[in-house]
Structure formats: C-alpha cells, structure tokens
Design a binder for this molecule. Structure first.
Ligand SMILES: CCCCCCCCCCCCCCCCCCCCCC(=O)SCCNC(=O)CCNC(=O)[C@H](O)C(C)(C)COP(=O)(O)OP(=O)(O)OC[C@H]1O[C@@H](n2cnc3c(N)ncnc32)[C@H](O)[C@@H]1OP(=O)(O)O
Ligand SMILES: Cc1cc2nc3c(=O)[nH]c(=O)nc-3n(C[C@H](O)[C@H](O)[C@H](O)COP(=O)(O)OP(=O)(O)OC[C@H]3O[C@@H](n4cnc5c(N)ncnc54)[C@H](O)[C@@H]3O)c2cc1C
Length: 581
C-alpha cells in the first residue's frame, strides 16, 4: 500500500501484475479493492455511497463479497441465507438456516475483512424476492473482533493464493438496519413494501464487472508467463539440432516455437477483446444511470464468453510455458507455478466456465430462433441467420478466415438447434432436451466466442496506429492466431464446408512458415510487454538472461541451506540410520 502511494497509483488502478509482484500467493485485499468497491459504486444509492465509500477508500472498512455458500456457488437463485424484514424494528434479520447456507470462499473474509456485501434471499411482507445485496458489518471497527451473531473463519489451505484468507461466514439472527440493503436498483420501504428494479438482474452487476476485469487480468498473467518462457528459451541451449554442431538455443526448435508463439499472440487477442468489452461496459453503465437497460443482456453474454475463453486460454498457456521450461519451470523461483495457481482459479470463480458458456449458448439459440422469425436481434449475433457468403473475400485471406469462422459458428448453432428440436420432440420437456444437448451447446458457445476474439484481434490490428514494421509483426502474429485456432477446430470448418482438407493443409504449411518468420521477433515482442524484473520475479525470465546464476543464488536462500547438517539429521535421520530398521 505504501509503495503504491509513493508512486501515486490509486489502489483501484494498481495492475494485477504490480500486486502479484508483491503478493505472489494471493492478495487478501483484492476482493476489497475490486468487487466490494464496485458493489458500493454500482449497487448502493448516493446516500449509502456517501456513508461507506470514504471509509472504504481510507481502508477503515475492509470489505469482501460474500455470495457463494458451501451448498451453492453457481446457482445464485438457490442461495439459502435469508434476510427477513422486520417492520417493527425496521431491520433485516440475517440468518443461516442450514449448514449448506454457510457462506464459503469469499476472499479476505477469513481474517482481513471487517465488512461484506452479503447476497441473501430477501423476504418482506411474507414474500421472497430472490437474492439481494446487503452491506453487513462483521467485525468491530476498532478491536477487529467478530460481532455477536456473526460466526467467521478461514476455510483452510488451497491449491494456491493461500494469502487470500478465503473465509466462511454464518449468521445467527443477526440484525442490520433496513438502510443497509443496497438500494440503488431495488428498495424495501419503511412499511416493508418492495420496489422492484428496472431489470431483475441488476443485482448481479458486480459479477459482470468482475468478469470483465478478469479478462484483462488474464492477458497480463499470460504475458508474464510468455515473457519468462521466451527469454529462457533464448538462453537455454540443449541437444543437437544438427549432429556434431553446437547445442542451439531451444527457441530454434520448431516445437518450442509452436509452444510459445501462439500464446504470445493470445496475449494480444485477449487484451484487444478485453478493451472492446470494457468499452461496452462503460456504455452500458452510462445507459443504466439514464434508466436504459437495453444493452445489459449483450454485455452479460459477452462478459461470460470472454471470461470463459480468456481464463481457459491463459491457464493452458501458462501451463504450456511452464512445461516449455523443462525441469526449471517446476521450481518456485521460476515464477511460473504461482502464475499458474493464481490463474487456474479464474476458470472457476466468478461463474464456472461451463456454466457461463451455457449462458452464451442459451443466448445464441434464442437469437437464432428470433432471427428466423424475423424478430430483432442484437448486432453481435445477427450473423447467425444471415452469415455472409464466403466468395466475397480472396480465398484464405484473413477476411476469408473470419468468414469461415462466422459461417462455421452459424452452422453449428443451426445444427445444435435442430438437435434440440428433435430431442424436445422425444422428451417433450425443454429442460431435459437442453441437458441432452449441452455438450454441443458448449461447443457452440466456444466457437462463437473464438470467432469474436479472432475478429477483435484482426480488426484491432487493421486499425492500430503503428509503424509499418510493428504493424507487420502484429499482422503475422494475428495470422498465426487465426490459423492456429482453425487447425485446433478443423472439424467444425470441414463440417460447415467452409474449408477443405486441401485448404487446411495449405494453412498448416503457412503456420509452420510463420513460426520461423516470427522466431526472431519472439524476444522483442515479450520485451515490449516491458515488465520489470521485480515484477516478473523469475529466475528464468529476468532481462539480463543470467538464468543459472540466479537459480544458484536463489537456492542459497533456502532455509535448508542455513546449516550444512540439518536439525532433522540429528532428530530423525541419524536414529533411523542407526536403528537397523
Ligand atoms: C496491496 C493490495 C493492492 C490491491 C490492488 C488491487 C489490484 C486490482 C487488479 C484488478 C484485477 C481484478 C481481477 C478481479 C479478481 C477478483 C477476485 C474475484 C474472486 C472471485 C469472486 C467470486 O467468485 S464471487 C461469486 C461469483 N459467482 C458467480 O459468478 C455465480 C455464477 N452464477 C450466475 O451468475 C447466475 O446464477 C447465472 C448462471 C447467470 C444464472 O442466473 P439466473 O438463474 O438468475 O438466470 P437464468 O439462467 O435463469 O437466466 C435468466 C435470464 O437472465 C439473464 N441473465 C443472467 N445473468 C444476467 C446478468 N448478470 N445480467 C443480465 N442478464 C442476465 C440470462 O441471460 C437470461 O436471459 P433470457 O431469459 O433473456 O434468456
Ligand atoms: C479461489 C476462489 C475464490 C473465490 N472467491 C469468492 C468470493 O470472493 N466471493 C464469493 O462469493 N465466491 C467466491 N468463490 C466461489 C466461486 O464463485 C464458486 O466456486 C464458483 O461460482 C463455482 O461454483 P461452485 O463452487 O458451486 O461449483 P459448482 O456449480 O458446484 O460446479 C461443479 C461442477 O458442476 C457443473 N455445473 C454446475 N451447474 C451446472 C449447470 N447448470 N449446468 C451444467 N453444469 C453445471 C460445473 O460446470 C462444474 O463442473 C471463489 C472460488 C474460488 C475457487
């Protein structure tokens, strides 16, 4: 915090990499500075903001976002914590009626936070209105002791981010004032009557905001990993490429280029998509404050799609980078293990990816059906019923590849929708039929999302202001990205007839040429991400390439190296050696 202040970086603007450089195993304040702050900004009314925001900004209040319960994370409508309005005292009574209603997972809840935005089922005048957000004080603001009626703790060690003190929370008929319900969008008046919001998913707004933030953070984490692995691959020499010749840099091996270059491209693809979703989010936020919620569904779907794709791509990319560093990728000081453990959780949190992709699929099917009926659909999915013809662009040009994506995606949605209809005729129940088609539905969502990301990459590269040489490298990188993802999804292109077997072989050839062409650009490209050594925190990825010296120096810091003979020798090993066991 002091470092950020010294450098005049407001906490909320600190980048994920700046924070990761200090707190490699998780950040106990991240939910405070991201979700809690956003929930106050977007769900609290102006009076409530006046009351809590200054305190949160001064870190008098440290908050978390307590939604998930031990029994339900995905199914928000199934939450069990209740907030029942008591008109006598004008208070809400928060209660955890079952073991499964225990709040479980919120970051910083275990030991750090003294307050939370709690999502609970709102009851008033005997009726349940579904999950709503409440500002809840959990600990005494001076002594930090948990308050009576609040049962709190930490959930125990996890795969990673263990400094984040994810916690649990139960309420025992805990009372809060009526005015602690976040009332920007919906309200409970003094007499207990309920005023509904202009859109019934506005209370999910903090999740949407965080999904967008996650996309951005995924590109940063992947950028760190490819920087480490690429620099290391330029330093590391191994084996013989030509018998009897000196050992080459491992970056000379085509297989190594194939491991790294598509993920360098992916950093840009995710970043450009993140910028586009962020722009849309700002527009939607401005519209909502004017009472217009027309674009909210589109933002919800796009943020689900991009969060799912970017978390999956960055996690796989970081793991590939780790493997690309051989044994040294497994050592903590490489920086890669903590990048992996702090990224793989993005697949699960803020909406498990399969679940988010099914939200996207639902939207695709609905939009496809609406399009067939001539009803209006939003711009991003108009192509489903009106995919443009292929022959308009030169064969295998970038534009033709984007068109092939578009048509294959539309084709898959069409096929899946037919399957859904057939299944519905058999089952006579939409929900069973949906479940029977859900693997295909997820594939639809993935292909649509990939199409979006490819399209954003290409349109950004085409419009970017840069020197010819920089633009040319970015164009090659973008081309590599398009071809790489076409080869990974070739079945869809063959099925839609947009690309033939011969086309795919031609594209594959081009991909191998691009790997060789981009090889000299690999190190400059990652250098251009401009991460300071302190920020990367990697023995393998430092700018000066002193990999072996740094590995050796780091090993000296191991506590086991403080003495030549460890205590364990005297305590366990020596007795064992002498015991003749
Ligand atoms: C030194 C320190 C310095 C510090 C510096 C700091 C540096 C800062 C660095 C910055 C980096 C920051 C990184 C952040 C990391 C933060 C960590 C995050 C941790 C993780 C937090 C969490 O993990 S927190 C919990 C998230 N938990 C979920 O994520 C549940 C998913 N589950 C659902 O989200 C719902 O359950 C689900 C599925 C939608 C169904 O919801 P449901 O059942 O109510 O609705 P249905 O499915 O029935 O859908 C009915 C109709 O609603 C439509 N709809 C649904 N949602 C909608 C919506 N939001 N908006 C509009 N429309 C929506 C839908 O499209 C349908 O539309 P239609 O009817 O037209 O088809
Ligand atoms: C590191 C970390 C930090 C977190 N921080 C917070 C926090 O700060 N605040 C907070 O409130 N929560 C937090 N969470 C909780 C997180 O949001 C949930 O874990 C997440 O939403 C997934 O829910 P779940 O755990 O119930 O998984 P489940 O929904 O039980 O998922 C298990 C499996 O069931 C499948 N599944 C579930 N529903 C469906 C469906 N409808 N269709 C098909 N498949 C389905 C999933 O795809 C998955 O394969 C955090 C979690 C982690 C791991």
């Amino acid at each position: 915090m002091r470092k950020l202040a010294e450098h005049n970086i407001p906490l909320r603007e600190a980048s994920i990499t700046q924070v990761h450089s200090v707190l490699r195993d998780g950040n106990p304040l991240i939910v405070h500075t991201s979700m809690f702050a956003n929930a106050l900004a977007s769900l609290a009314n102006p009076k409530q903001q006046q009351q809590w925001v200054p305190l949160a900004e001064k870190n008098r209040i440290i908050g978390t976002y307590a939604q998930t319960e031990i029994g339900h994370g995905t199914f928000v409508r199934g939450l069990e914590t209740t907030a029942i309005f008591d008109p006598e005292t004008k208070e809400f009574v928060l209660h955890s009626p079952t073991i499964t209603s225990t709040k479980w997972w919120p970051g910083g809840l275990g030991k750090t936070a003294n307050a939370a935005i709690v999502m609970a089922q709102l009851y008033t005048q005997g009726k349940c209105y579904g999950p709503h957000p409440f500002f809840v004080q959990l600990r005494d603001f001076d002594t930090h002791h948990s308050l009576p009626g609040v049962i709190l703790g930490e959930i125990g060690p996890r795969l990673g981010i263990n400094s984040q003190d994810n916690g649990y929370l139960r309420f025992d008929h805990y009372r809060i004032p009526r005015t602690n319900m976040l009332m920007r969008h919906s309200q409970v008046l003094e007499d207990g009557s309920y005023v509904k919001p202009i859109h019934n998913k506005l209370s999910y707004g903090t999740m949407v905001w965080t999904r967008v933030a996650i996309v951005h953070s995924c590109s940063k984490k992947l950028a760190c990993a490819v920087t480490i692995a690429t620099r290391y691959s330029a330093v590391r020499h191994q084996s013989e490429l030509v018998p009897g010749k000196p050992e080459p840099q491992i970056l000379e091996y085509q297989t190594q280029q194939y491991k790294l270059l598509p993920h360098i491209a992916s950093v840009f693809a995710i970043l450009f998509s993140a910028s586009s979703v962020l722009r849309m989010q700002r527009n939607v936020a401005a519209s909502i404050s004017k009472g217009n919620v027309e674009l909210l569904p589109e933002l919800h779907i796009l943020s689900c799609a991009m969060k799912a794709l970017s978390s999956q791509d960055s996690t796989q990319g970081i793991e590939t980078c780790r493997l690309a560093c051989g044994g040294h990728g497994y050592i903590a000081s490489s920086g890669l293990p903590s990048l992996y453990t702090s990224t793989t959780c993005t697949i699960t949190y803020e909406g498990e990816n399969t679940v988010l992709l099914l939200q996207v699929a639902r939207y695709l099917i609905k939009s496809y059906r609406a399009g067939l009926e001539g009803l209006p659909v939003l711009p991003s999915v108009m192509y489903l019923t009106a995919p443009s013809a292929m022959h308009q662009s030169p064969p295998l040009s970038n534009q033709a590849l984007i068109e092939a994506f578009r048509i294959s995606s539309a084709n898959l949605v069409k096929e899946t929708e037919s399957r859904l209809c057939r299944q519905f005729n058999l089952e006579q129940n939409f929900h069973y039929a949906w479940n029977r088609c859900s693997v295909a539905l997820v594939h639809c969502a993935e292909l649509h999302s990939r199409y979006y990301m490819c399209e954003k990459f290409l349109s950004t590269v085409e419009s970017i202001r840069a020197s010819d040489r920089v633009r040319s490298v970015l164009q090659d990188l973008c081309r590599l990205y398009l071809i790489h993802h076409i080869t990974l999804n070739q079945g869809h292109f063959l099925r839609s007839g947009t690309l033939s077997g011969v086309d795919l072989s031609t594209l594959e050839e081009e991909m191998y040429e691009l790997l060789a062409k981009l090889r000299p650009q690999a190190v400059p490209l990652v250098d251009a991400f401009d991460f300071r050594d302190e920020l990367l925190g990697s023995t393998l990825g430092a700018w000066d390439g002193r990999v072996y010296e740094r590995l050796y120096e780091e090993a000296q810091k191991s506590p086991l190296n403080k003495t030549d003979v460890s205590k364990a020798y005297h305590k366990y090993l020596q007795p064992l050696m002498k015991s003749n066991l």
